[in-house]
Write a protein that binds this ligand. Structure first.
Ligand code: FES
Ligand code: FE2
Length: 417
C-alpha cells in the first residue's frame, strides 16, 4: 500500500516533478513511428513529460526535434513552414535547422553571426530503431541506448503501433507487467491468439491458472517477473516478462526470441503513449500476419492509432453489452488492446493507489514501484537510477521466456535462468 505522497512521486511527471526529471535523465523516449515523420510534412507535434516539441524530417532523412515555442518570441512552431532542412517560423521568419540551431533571424539588422551565436541551441539527440523515433531529453551526458532483443532485428521482424491513452503512464506500465490479467481480461481473445501462433498454444495455458505464483528478480535493466502456473500434470507454465525500467515491458510470445513490446511513455500527468508491437527473429510482420489479425475484430489496422478509444465513462467506454450476452467476456470486440486501455482509463486519470488491495499476483507491480521509488532516491544521491544493480547487459538477457517445465525439473534450470 502506498501513501498519497508516494503515489504522487511515482505518477506525476510535469514541471519540476522529480519523476519527470528522473525520466528525462534516464531514458530515451520513443515518440513516433518512423513512418509518421516524412520529409516535407507539417511539423509533427510531440508532448513528452509535460513539455511540447515539434519534429520534422529533412530531405536527407535526418530528423529535427525542437521546442514547440519559437526561440524568438514563442510562436508555435507547429505552424512553421517545413522548408526542407529548416523549419521557418511564420511570425518573423526565423529558421531553425535539424540540429536545433537558429540559422536565420531576418528581423535582426546588426551583426547576424554574433547575434545567432548567442541564441541557445536546442539540441535533442535523435535515434531511429525498431521502426520508432526516439529522443534524448536529458542534455549531457547523453544516456546509453537500451539493449533490448527487438532492437537488433531487421526492420520487417519488428512491428510497432502507437495509441494515445488518456491516463497516467504508470497505469500503462503496471498493466503490461501484470501477467495475471491475461487469462481473465483477454479470455475471449485467447483462442484466436493461440490459433495464430505456429506452435499453437502455450498462451492458452494462461486460462488454466488465473492465480499464478510470481518470482521477481532484480536485473541490471530492471526486473524479471516470472509468472508460474502449475498445470494438472505437475508441469509448470513459465512466463517471464522483462521490465526494462522505467517504461518498457517485453512480454513473452510463444517461442524464445519472440514477444510483444509494451511501452508506456508519459505525455504528461494524465496521458501516455502506448507503443505496442511484436518482434520475432523468424516472422516478417505486416498487417496480414495472423498474429496481428488475431488482435483485431473489426479488420481495421491503423498503426498510428492502433486501439482508438471510442467512449467515455458515461457510456461505459463503448462497452458492447449485447456482445457480452453473446458470450464475449468484456464486450470489447474490436481490438484486444482496447481491453487494456479501457481498464486503465477506467481507474481515473491518476489512480489512487492508497485505496487498492494488491493480491499475491501483484508482486511484480509492487516491486516495480519500489524500484522506481529507489530510483528517485538514487537520483537525489547522485547515483544511477538502478544502482547498485546497474551494470551493462546484453540484449539477450532481456529476452522474455515462455516455456512449459516438466514436473521433475526446476523452472530456472529448464529456462537457463
Ligand atoms: S516568434 Fe518566431 S520568428 Fe518571431
Ligand atoms: Fe493485456
Amino acid at each position: 500500500m502506498l501513501t498519497h505522497e508516494q503515489n504522487d512521486q511515482l505518477s506525476r511527471v510535469e514541471g519540476d516533478a522529480p519523476m519527470g526529471q528522473l525520466l528525462r535523465h534516464w531514458a530515451w523516449f520513443p515518440f513516433a513511428l518512423s513512418e509518421q515523420i516524412k520529409p516535407g510534412d507539417a511539423p509533427f507535434r510531440v508532448r513528452l513529460v509535460g513539455s511540447d516539441y515539434v519534429a520534422f524530417r529533412a530531405p536527407d532523412g535526418r530528423i529535427g526535434f525542437v521546442d514547440e515555442a519559437c526561440p524568438h518570441r514563442g510562436v508555435s512552431l507547429a505552424l512553421a513552414r517545413n522548408e526542407g532542412c529548416v523549419l521557418r517560423c511564420i511570425f518573423h521568419g526565423w529558421a531553425i535547422d535539424v540540429t536545433g540551431n537558429v540559422v536565420e533571424a531576418p528581423t535582426h539588422s546588426g551583426d547576424s553571426e554574433t547575434f545567432l551565436s548567442r541564441i541557445r541551441s536546442q539540441h535533442y539527440p535523435i535515434c531511429e530503431a525498431a521502426g520508432l523515433v526516439w529522443v534524448w531529453l536529458g542534455g549531457d551526458p547523453v544516456g546509453e541506448f537500451p539493449a533490448m532483443p527487438f532492437m537488433e532485428l531487421p526492420g520487417e521482424n519488428v512491428w510497432m503501433t502507437v495509441t494515445r491513452v488518456d491516463c497516467n503512464w504508470l497505469q500503462g506500465v503496471e498493466a503490461s507487467l501484470d501477467s495475471a490479467h491475461v487469462g481473465t481480461l483477454h479470455k475471449s481473445w485467447i483462442p484466436k491468439l493461440a490459433a495464430s501462433v505456429r506452435q499453437g498454444a502455450t498462451i492458452a495455458l494462461s486460462l488454466k491458472a488465473v492465480a499464478p505464483n510470481y518470482d521477481v528478480e532484480r536485473k541490471p535493466f530492471g526486473l524479471s517477473a516470472t509468472a508460474l502456473r502449475e498445470l494438472d500434470d505437475g508441469s509448470t507454465y513459465v512466463r517471464t516478462t522483462q521490465y526494462v525500467a522505467p517504461f518498457v515491458n517485453i512480454v513473452p510470445g510463444s517461442e524464445q526470441s519472440e514477444g510483444s513490446i509494451f511501452m508506456g511513455v508519459p505525455i504528461d500527468d494524465t496521458h501516455h503513449l502506448l507503443f505496442f508491437g511484436y518482434f520475432s527473429d523468424k516472422i516478417a510482420f505486416d498487417e496480414n500476419t495472423p498474429r496481428v489479425q488475431a488482435l483485431i475484430g473489426n479488420g481495421r489496422v491503423d498503426r498510428g492509432n492502433f486501439a482508438p478509444f471510442k467512449g467515455t465513462r458515461e457510456d461505459r467506454w463503448g462497452q458492447d453489452r449485447a456482445l457480452m450476452d453473446q458470450g464475449h467476456f468484456t464486450g470489447f470486440g474490436d481490438n484486444l488492446l482496447e481491453e487494456d486501455i479501457v481498464v486503465q482509463v477506467s481507474m481515473g486519470p491518476i489512480v489512487d493507489r492508497t485505496r487498492e488491495h494488491p493480491s499475491s499476483s501483484d508482486v511484480a507491480i509492487v516491486q516495480a514501484r519500489m524500484l522506481l521509488l529507489r530510483a528517485l532516491r538514487n537520483r537525489n544521491a547522485g547515483e544511477h537510477p538502478l544502482a547498485p544493480h546497474n551494470r551493462g547487459w546484453r540484449a539477450a538477457e532481456a529476452s522474455p521466456v515462455d516455456r512449459v517445465t516438466p514436473a521433475d525439473q526446476d523452472w530456472r534450470t529448464s529456462v537457463g535462468a
